[in-house]
Structure formats: C-alpha cells, structure tokens
Design a protein around this ligand. Structure first.
Ligand SMILES: *Cc1c(COP(=O)(O)O)cnc(C)c1O
Length: 388
C-alpha cells in the first residue's frame, strides 16, 4: 500500500521509527526497541547523537556542497585523521558508499596491473561467501553465485577461492590483487584465521600482488581496533571503509599506499567527500577516538561479549557457536527457519537483530551502546526465546 511507489528490493517490517536515543529506538506508536543492528553496523555513535547533530546542522547552515573542483578543508582533515588513525602511509579518495569505495579499489588494482606494459594483470581473487557491493563490478567481486543471476554479462577477471589457503593455487601471471574481508559481514560473521591471513599477506608481497582489505563493515573500531587490519597485524595495500564512518551520513573511502596511482581525471565523484559527509565523519572520529582512549569502548565491547556468551549458554540446543570480534558478533543457529523465528519474536518484543548468511544471528550495535541498554536487550531476547 504505502510502498507501492517503491521497487520491491526489500521485504520490510511494518514499522516506522520516529526517533532514537543511543541504542534505543522509538516507533510511531511509541513502542521502544533496543537496537543491536545499528542500521547494519552504520550508526556507530548511536541515534540522536547531539554532538553529531550539532556538527551537521552547523555545517548545513554554512555550506553543504561545492564539488571537488575546489579545496574542501574538512575532507582534507578527514583524510589526515583516517590515515593517522590507520598508522599506514596512505592517501584517501572519498565516495558515498561501500560499493563505491570497492569500485575505487578495483580501479586502483586494474591500473596497477597496467604498469609494466608487457602483460596486463587484471585478475582479482576474492573469497566465497564474501560481500563487496551491488554495482555490476562489485557484485561480480562478491563470491556468491546466487546473487549473480539475471545481471550479466559481467566484467572479466574475478575468481573465487573457497578459503584463504586456496588463494595461492589460483594465482597466475594475470593476477593483480586479492580482495578479502577479515570478518565476513554478510557471510556469517566469520573471522579469518590470523596466521593464515599473515601468511597470505607475506605471499602476496613476495609476488607483487596487491592485498585489498574490504573494511566497509569491520573498520572504524567495529572489531575493537580502528581497523581490523590492526588486529590481524597486516599492512594492506588498499583498504576500503564506509558503514560506521559517517554515523549514518553516507560516505565511503578507498585508501592506498600507492599514493601516485591516479592522475587527474582517472577517478571522481560528484558528492564524494563533500562538507556534509566529511564534517559528520570528523565528528564521529572525534567521539570514537576519545571513547577509545578513555578505555570505555573496550570495556563496553567486553561487557557485550560476556553478555552475549552467557545469553547463548542458556540455549545450547539452538545456538551452536559464537563467532566474531569486538562489536561484530554472531551466534550460529541450528537452522535458518529457527533463525527467522528468533529475529521475528525479538522484533515483536522490542529488540532489533539481523541475519548474516544462512544461519547466523548478527549483533552489530552502536559502539556507544550503554550497559543498561545491553542488559535490557538481552533480557528481552531471553523472553523472546521463551515466548517465540
Ligand atoms: C555493506 C558492505 C558493502 C557495501 O556497502 P554499501 O554502502 O551498501 O554500498 C561492501 N562490503 C562490505 C564488507 C559490506 O559490509
């Protein structure tokens, strides 16, 4: 009815949220929900964040947008902050989404493969069950055949490895890059093995093949450290960021140590890195950096993990395993039917949780979620399990 002018790409819940306060949302009927989903790992500083709202509205009253034909100071500042927090010697390009950041990463790799002229290297190896985005190229990079129906033909040059160990055997003279998520967000919140990732990184360096790490979901403290790459102890060649960076304002970044890879005109974006999105991102980074330094972020992540573990322990017949790192957590559920039931009854009782892959219950709350919101969320989840 109300959605008759929208294409049916999403099966939506019949709910309209009207306002929020940190990890608590309120719908148009006044019902409250604890938000363990944060708009799919986006609302890193919670809903209704006064500091973020103030930064955005102050900027909106001045300039929202001028195009990239002119200098944009908050964009320069945002790039500096991201690079400094990363600790990597890199430069940034700003777009508007995770998909677009990944497109930029793929263009960087393709241009890098052009370098020595003799043989064009263009092949990019990605992992099965990965997710890299929705444009034709990022979709092809996504290692999920079921998502590839209907939309071909696709650009050439993507091959899928079943796991990290298999990557080496797929490398040939045309391989230019490997693109991975360190914790597969849509593929079951499955962290890759640290040692295997470090071995892969060393192998790729020895072969002059780029390591692209898609940190669209794992980045911006989602997995504890500023980047999951820090936790893994690797130095990627290219990193992409998006979800948590703008706190809900669309923004994407591709950053690379190949500082001179692009020349004028090689890449661009109308909206990317404008005043609105980079002022928002700078404020989010301010908030999260202080939160991290104070030790509160780690304390809250530990509290969340402990609460999640003890919740899962009550239902050994339903939850088979806990997976994930930091504020990116999952519970493996015995089957997908039970999973949908849990998500629905949690919704009814006032908790937002989401699915990942076929059989994982995903928890990606605002990083600033309070302990009392966590307690309330798990209390409600317990009653959802009893009544569902
Ligand atoms: C969400 C996501 C994307 C796509 O980001 P959009 O902003 O939806 O384009 C790409 N990669 C990963 C790992 C993601 O989680």
């Amino acid at each position: 009815m109300k959605q008759k002018y929208l294409l049916s790409t999403y099966k939506r819940q019949e709910v309209c949220f009207e306002r929020g306060d940190n990890a608590t949302l309120c719908d148009s009927e006044g019902k409250e929900y604890i938000d363990f989903a944060a708009g799919v790992a986006v609302c890193s500083v919670g809903h209704g964040n006064c500091r973020l709202a103030r930064a955005i509205s102050d900027q909106a009253a001045k300039i929202l947008h001028v195009s990239n034909l002119y200098r944009i100071e908050p964009q320069e500042e945002c790039a500096r902050r991201i690079v400094e927090l990363s600790g990597y010697d890199m430069r940034c390009f700003f777009g508007n989404s995770g998909t677009e950041a990944n497109e930029g990463a793929i263009k960087i790799a393709r241009k890098y493969g052009e370098r020595d002229g003799s043989i064009k290297r263009y092949k990019i190896i990605t992992l099965e069950n990965s997710f890299h985005g929705r444009t034709i190229t990022a979709l092809k990079a996504t290692g999920q055949a079921s998502k590839h129906d209907y939309f071909g033909p696709y650009p050439d040059g993507f091959v899928y490895a079943a796991n990290v160990e298999e990557i080496e055997s797929l490398i040939d003279e045309t391989t230019v890059a490997v693109m991975i998520e360190l914790v597969q967000g849509e593929g079951g919140v499955q962290p890759l093995d640290k040692q295997k990732v470090q071995n892969l990184s060393a192998l790729l360096k020895s072969k002059d093949i780029l390591l692209i790490v898609d940190e669209v979901q794992t980045g911006i403290y989602r997995c504890g450290s500023f980047l999951a790459s820090h936790y893994y102890g690797i130095t990627p060649d290219v990193i992409t960021l998006a979800k948590g960076l703008g706190g809900g304002v669309p923004i994407g970044v591709v950053m690379t140590r190949l500082k001179e890879i692009f020349s004028y005109g090689d890449h661009g974006s109308t909206f990317g890195g404008n005043y609105l999105s980079t002022v928002a991102a700078n404020e989010v980074l301010d908030i999260l950096e202080a939160y991290n330094k104070s030790g509160e972020m780690m304390e809250h992540q530990n509290y969340f993990e402990t609460s999640l573990k003890s919740f899962a322990l009550h239902y050994p017949d339903i939850f088979t395993e806990r997976v994930g790192i930091g504020m990116m957590q999952g519970l493996r559920v015995i089957d997908s039917e039970v999973l949908s039931k849990i998500i629905d009854s949690a919704f009814e009782i006032g908790v937002l949780v989401i699915k990942s892959g076929r059989n994982t219950l995903r928890f990606v709350p605002p990083l600033t979620i309070s302990k009392s919101e966590m307690d309330e969320g798990f209390r409600r989840l317990n009653s959802a399990m009893q009544h569902g």
